[in-house]
Each structure stands twice: as C-alpha cells, then as structure tokens.
Ligand binder design. Sequence first.
Ligand SMILES: [Zn+2]
Length: 401
Amino acid sequence: MNAQNASIVVARHYTAHVPVRLEWEGESIMCNQLLDTRTAPEYWLAPGLMDVQVNGFGGVDFQAENLTEADVAHAVHEIQAAGCTRFLLTLITDEWSRMVAKLRHLREVRATSARFKHALAGWHIEGPFLSAEPGFHGAHDPALMRDPTPELIHELRTLTEDDLVLLTLAPERPGAIEAIKLATSLGIVVSLGHTNADGDTLSRALAAGATGFTHLGNGCPLMLDRADNILWRAFETRGPMFSVIPDRIHVSPPLFRLIHQVLPVESLIYVTDAVAAAGAPVGRYHLGQLEIEASPDGVVRQPGHLYLAGSALRPVEAVFRAAEMLNVPWQQAWNHYSTAPAEWLELPCSLAAGQPADFCLLKVSPNGELQELRVFVAGEEVVQNPSHFADYQRGEASSAA
Ligand SMILES: [Zn+2]
C-alpha cells in the first residue's frame, strides 16, 4: 500500500454507530477499521445509494434520442451529487426499433468514459411487454405495447452483451412465462410490473425465474376492487424483491407503512423512478414523447392528467422521506436503497476493503434533518452545487407543511 497516495476519512459508521477510519487509494477502499475513541466524528459514513429505476435526472430525459455525452455527464453528476453513486438507466415503452436504437446509442455513450461505465451500472427496460389495461399502463403508451417473443428477448441480450439488464414485464401477456424463462437463462433479471396478473400467473412467473416486482402500489389504477386487486395479490406473494417509491406521493404514508408490515422487510428496495424534473427547477419536461409537468409539491404528471409520470425525488431525499414515514432513524432506511438492491443485482455496495470507494458523508441534526451531504465516487469527491442543496432543503420544508 502506498500511503502517500491514500486518502483517509474518520466518520461514524451508519449502522454500527461507532467511529471508523476509512482509507482508500485510487478507486478502491483499502481498509475500514473501527476506532477506539470516545469522540464522535461530525460526519456519518454510509455506502453510496443505488437506484434501479432512473428515467432521467437534472433536466435530462434519458428517453430522448441522440443524447450527447454532455447530457449524460450532467445527469450523472446531478444524481451522484444527490447521493446515488450507481443506477440503472431506465428506458420505458417505445416503438421497439426506436427503443433498441436508443439503447444502442446509450451503450455507445457509456463506453466513452470510465465514469459513465461505473455510474450506469446497467439498464432497466420497462416495457413494452406491459399491461395495456386502463390504469395499469400508467404513463406508458398502451398502443406501443406488445407481447414478448423469444426473438425480441434474444435481440435484447445480443445488443446488451453481458451488461446488467433488468426487464420489467407483465406476466399475463401471451408468451410472457416462456419469455421469463428465456430471459433469465440468458442472465437478464426479470421484474413484474404494470401488471394485473392473477395470483396463479404471478406464481408461475416467479417459478419461471422472475425475482422482482416493480414499484409496488403504482402501475395500477387509482381505484381498485377491494375484494381482489393486484396489491392484495402482491402482498400474498413471497420471493421477489419489491421496489417502492418513497416520495409520499406515489405511495401514501399509510400504505408505505403497511407494505413494511406485510412484506418481509429484507425484500423491500427503494427507487426514485426519477424523470428529467428530478434535481431540476419546477416546470415542464419530457418523458419520451410525453410532455410532463413538475409542480412545486414534487408531483410529476402529464398536464391535465391524474396519473403520475415518474417522480422528481432526489435520492438522498428518498431515504429521509422513507425514514420519516416509517418513524425510524434514517440509517434504517438507507440499506433499502443501497445494499438491498445491490445484493439483489449482485453489484458491489459495501464499505469493505477492495470495494469501489463509493460512499456518502452526512451531517445530520439531532432531530434527524440532513444538514450536509458529501459524496465520493470511485474515490473522488463529487462537486456539489450549493444552490441544489438549498432547493432540497426548501423542498423538505414545503413538503412537510
Ligand atoms: Zn412504471
């Protein structure tokens, strides 16, 4: 170990609550030692957040065609500055050949920089094999939906080579169970979402290899049959990882708490489902062909429509909102949005020696308010834009009102 090039931070470990000395060199953590001291360091140390569903960020819509390296660099910088060191870039339903062209282009952009390769841990393909039923399709265009076929699954795998790919589909579509078997045999991770599948179909999808359920409580109609609906069926399902959007808007606080009581807590992961409006001023943006509007309360909708179209949630804010809804310390929420998704997708996410030096330093007030966030990615500190932190704090104040 060359101590001259090593960097060191002393901070309180977010779960052990004791001071640790983290040492890293270049992009990797060298060691992480407990310190025998009674002095409490001012910062908490936690691993970088990981988001498996990001449609856009910082004013950049990942659904746009021909995104430039500068666009991707801006979005990556903004999301990392908000605590999320790695994420799955998400493409939603589009005409298949257009979706494939965007994916091919984004892979080329990703290949231009080591920083992009690290930040964009993989791809989340959400559509077009989703339910076209009213309410279940959400902000996706039902006219562009289609059944999965072996040819399309092979095309997706060939295009993405050995990239991490998460595919969200509705298992009730004709051919979906066979598609899940094929996709998982090719190393694609399959999650169920935008679905109105019956319990038997959900079970068959899991037996076929699906391991996730996408944004539980969303991708379904505003009104549900109280006797039998996709929420109750999901609540009875054991096995998959369930993602939830903890912005207080996509899932109400009582439902959010109920999800944590009914489902095994280790099966819950948080996602922002962020769109271009996240980490950007209030106003109008695009989500592919859709015009969307972010209002001051953080709600993102198509103008004139009731359905939500992604979120404007910033990653670190997701942790603190989740903790507030559950009335638990923020440290308890952090793992649902870092180590839990990482374990599911077999990505590194820990503060152990040999791991990428991706971590957050947080200053938190005694009453649980985030006062400062510093983020390190591959050993380098991400430059913060102070005005964004002020925006975040204003957002917290207004949403708590
Ligand atoms: Zn969705």
